[in-house]
Design a protein around this ligand. Structure first.
Ligand SMILES: Cc1ncc(COP(=O)(O)O)c(C=O)c1O
Length: 381
């Protein structure tokens, strides 16, 4: 009898189960009553009527899908409008919108790292930056987390194009990269700096203009940023923000742009509406930062181990993957949704509960969330 071609999957599943690392999809009901500290809707805009109405209007006007690659039929006037407003808001010369933040990172890294290039990548970077490095033909040097000295060493002496890539705010612990120092290192080495601002847009910088704005680096000729439209903007999609000649290069060479259907009009319309709401209501950015700090204060004063958040993400350490899973499940049973990060989604093997602040949380909801998490904490947390 022929051997079962998928037989090896059973052993892999058992290994996951033994290590407490099984992942399961849990459908979410539209009227889910849980208090949500698990999603990335930092500004509370995913269900804002101005945003959802814009999504519907865009679908009715432009169609449910973009109908093709941006280079064939998929580049609507709405995409151009979103790109112009996003670039202006974040302080960059130009923007290119793609179907996800993941695709934007693959596009930026692969297009800016040709075969003769060297890429220097922070060890804790998001999976999409790591995958960009894997897909690029360039040599990649992985350096310790948030280490400008190691980045300088890794860039030194390379004769071809060079690129340092980093998350602006790291998705697991919520800490910010030392962007000013990294930019100085890149300048001295003649390298470009590529920053993934998925967690900074809408939260950091003046009125939520992002981490590059906060660092005074937006629009520099040697800096490229990527963003997602799926977190603060409550929509879907991603973008690369860069000097115009970089965007022109991406349009001509980035495979996740060229060979991918354009961002759906509903997502583009929703993102544009969210951007306009944020421009009109910049206090949302300040509110979300304040809530993250309040969560951190409450957790640490109860003796839990949580790193001080630089943006909206607050991580609390758990003693084991199994304990993290149980803690998150107990919170859920008590009406609170929190994220549960375990290997391989954590850089250091330490499992965590991951909480996200939202601008639309009330003080009473923050207090309730803290009380739930602290009262259900496992031994050793
Ligand atoms: C740091 C970071 N970069 C990129 C992405 C990918 O963005 P998207 O979900 O839009 O594909 C995410 C999360 O989803 C992220 O946390």
């Amino acid at each position: 009898m022929a051997e079962d071609p998928f037989g090896w999957l059973d052993a892999a599943r058992e290994q996951r189960a033994d290590a407490g690392l099984v992942r399961r999809l849990r459908p979410r009901a539209a009227d889910d009553p849980l208090l949500d500290l698990a999603g990335n809707d930092y500004l509370g805009l995913a269900r804002d009527p101005r945003v959802t109405t814009a999504a519907g209007d865009a679908a009715r006007r432009w169609g449910a899908g973009a109908t093709g690659s941006r280079l064939v039929t998929g580049s609507t006037g709405l995409h151009a409008e979103l790109e112009a407003e996003l670039a202006a808001f974040c302080g960059f010369e130009s923007a290119l919108v793609l179907s996800s933040g993941y695709a934007a990172n693959l596009a930026a890294v692969t297009a800016l790292a040709p075969r003769q290039a060297r890429v220097v990548s922070d060890a804790d970077n998001h999976a999409s930056l790591i995958d960009g490095c894997r897909l690029a033909r360039a040599e990649t040097v992985v350096v310790p987390h948030a280490d400008p000295g190691a980045t300088a060493k890794a860039l030194a002496g390379h004769p071809g194009p060079a690129l340092a890539v980093t998350d602006a705010v790291f998705s697991v612990d919520g800490d910010a990269a030392p962007l000013g120092e990294l930019h100085g290192v890149c300048r001295r080495a003649g390298a470009a700096l590529l920053v993934d601002d998925a967690h900074g847009l809408g939260v950091l910088g003046r009125g939520g203009r992002g981490t590059l704005d906060a660092a005074g680096l937006a629009g520099r000729e040697d800096v490229v940023a990527t963003v997602t439209l799926s977190k603060s903007f409550g929509s879907q999609g991603g973008a690369v923000l860069a000097p115009a000649r970089v965007v022109e290069h991406l349009v001509n060479t980035a495979r996740t742009f060229i060979f991918d259907t354009g961002l759906a009009p509903a997502a583009a319309g929703a993102a544009l509406a969210a951007l306009r709401v944020l421009r009109a209501e910049p206090e949302r950015a300040e509110r979300v930062r304040g809530i993250a700090l309040a969560l951190h204060r409450g957790l640490t004063s109860a003796g839990l181990s949580a790193a001080r958040p630089d943006a909206a993400v607050v991580s609390v350490r758990a003693p084991s993957p199994q304990a993290a899973l149980r803690w998150a499940a107990d919170c859920r049973a008590a009406g609170l949704a929190v994220g549960c990060f375990r290997p391989p989604s954590v850089p250091d093997g330490v499992s965590r509960l991951r909480l996200t602040a939202r601008a639309d949380l009330t003080d009473a909801q923050v207090t309730r969330a803290l009380r739930t998490i602290v009262s259900l904490a496992p031994q050793g947390a």
